[in-house]
Design a protein around this ligand. Structure first.
Ligand SMILES: NC(=O)c1ccc[n+]([C@@H]2O[C@H](COP(=O)([O-])OP(=O)(O)OC[C@H]3O[C@@H](n4cnc5c(N)ncnc54)[C@H](OP(=O)(O)O)[C@@H]3O)[C@@H](O)[C@H]2O)c1
Length: 294
């Protein structure tokens, strides 16, 4: 049975391995393969699906293929932009973004809705948070959340107005362990760890200039980590998953065999404490402005 964790104090439980649905938004991934993959991940026991307005075909495909199994998983999405005729990052855009997501995802409620990398100054104006709170009061969403990093994330946490957050947490992006997790634990918030495999930078022999994982590739080299007897995905996932207060790690993939391998390695439990300490020490020793990566 897959490992479950509470999503903060909301009463919702999520699988420790969640699915990050960014990659299935790519039209190059065929509709048939996508449908089989989405059903396969639910069959394997993954119960958190995280998508966003900005992930191409992702929301539409989840709605199309999983509407009939809606009660079987916790559905998380992100709003704040991309509603025709409305200015991004306004109260109206967040409110309409929730309604749009309900329609596209073919559901009567969304479990977790994040403000997706909303700038700190906008958060400070309050309107976008209020729009989420109103959607929650209206029963359209169950948990309000913030997704982002650094100063904006700190502001969101200090506001005390969210049920959960999503932030980067992996071998190469560890600030959340000291800055964010103590706060989410104290406030009883859910925490979704994004980019938990650091976008697999070990796959690149040479610096992957312009790729999403370039910063992490550079950091991994500088840290000089050695996975020892483990393969890299296992080391990375077991490192990210087993910190107290992590609700779920949302790994992105389109390959069911990778998803199942990730479920299996989590059954091996936390890494030994001395290995975790060495990974944390390697990050701290190199951390010169190594802030959270969106
Ligand atoms: N809120 C935000 O702003 C934000 C930003 C970034 C990401 N996210 C969320 O977080 C999710 C995860 O982030 P991500 O996909 O960028 O990064 P990630 O999960 O750290 O890494 C994904 C990469 O790992 C590979 N992978 C997965 N399992 C593997 C395995 N067992 N063995 C070898 N390779 C494996 C995948 O390749 P294969 O396809 O070959 O498996 C993919 O290239 C996203 O999908 C999205 O939902 C949110």
């Amino acid at each position: 049975m897959p490992i479950l964790r509470p999503y903060g104090s909301t009463g919702m439980a999520v699988s420790l391995l969640g699915f990050g649905a960014g990659h299935i938004g790519d039209p190059a991934f065929s509709e048939g393969a996508c449908g089989a993959f989405l059903h396969g991940l639910l069959d394997a026991g993954v119960t958190l699906v995280d998508t966003a307005r900005g992930y191409g075909l992702s929301e539409e495909r989840i709605g199309r293929h999983l509407a009939a199994r809606r009660g079987k998983f916790i559905l998380s999405t992100k709003v704040g932009y991309g509603v025709e005729g409305l200015e991004d990052w306004t109260h109206a855009c967040v409110a309409a973004g929730v309604d749009r997501a309900l329609k596209v995802l073919r559901t009567d409620h969304l479990d977790i809705v994040h403000l997706h990398s909303c700038p700190r100054e906008i958060l400070a104006q309050g309107g976008v948070i209020e729009a989420l709170e109103q959607a929650k009061a209206a029963g359209k969403i169950r948990a309000t959340a913030y997704s982002g990093e650094n100063e904006a994330l700190a502001f969101a946490l200090a506001s005390g107005r969210f049920d959960g957050v999503q932030c980067s947490l992996n071998l190469c992006d560890q600030r959340a362990l000291g800055d964010t997790l103590p706060v989410t634990r104290a406030q009883g918030l859910g925490l979704i760890a994004k980019r938990p495999l650091a976008n697999a930078p070990w796959l690149w022999a040479e610096r992957p200039a312009g790729e999403y994982c370039e910063v992490y590739w550079t950091r991994l080299k500088a840290m000089g980590l050695d996975p020892g007897d483990l393969d890299w995905p296992e080391l990375a996932l077991r490192f990210a998953a087993f910190h107290e207060g992590v609700s779920s790690c949302i790994v992105g993939t389109t390959k069911l065999e990778h998803l199942k391998a990730n479920l299996r390695v989590l059954e091996n439990g936390p890494l030994p404490a001395d290995q975790v300490a060495a990974i944390r020490a390697a990050f701290t020793a190199c951390d010169e402005g190594w802030d959270g990566q969106i």
